[in-house]
Design a protein. Sequence first.
Length: 111
Amino acid sequence: MQVLLNYAVAGAEHNAYFGPVFFYAWLVWLVIAAFWQNYKNYFRATLLLCALFLISVLPLNSVVGVNNVINANSTLVTFTDISFLIVGLAFLWGYLKTKPNAIALAEVKAA
């Protein structure tokens, strides 16, 4: 979301957009957590959403950003984008490894 806002919003207006988007998104996700029935599925949904957002940073920044992987002078942005991609892939791996049935069987065996 920040990559798109950096592209679409003028520099002085960033705080007016980033604050509400960031905090209201977390507030909505916390309210959803209060009403979610199965915490294992909520955990999996959180992993998947985080994975998708983190993985999307590198392609989005390459398409709409000025500083990106293609630009040789942007090493900090390049390492950050690649790090987000790696962490996103790790979250996606965690999502794929935690199937609700497998978690339930592990809990039954432990009891």
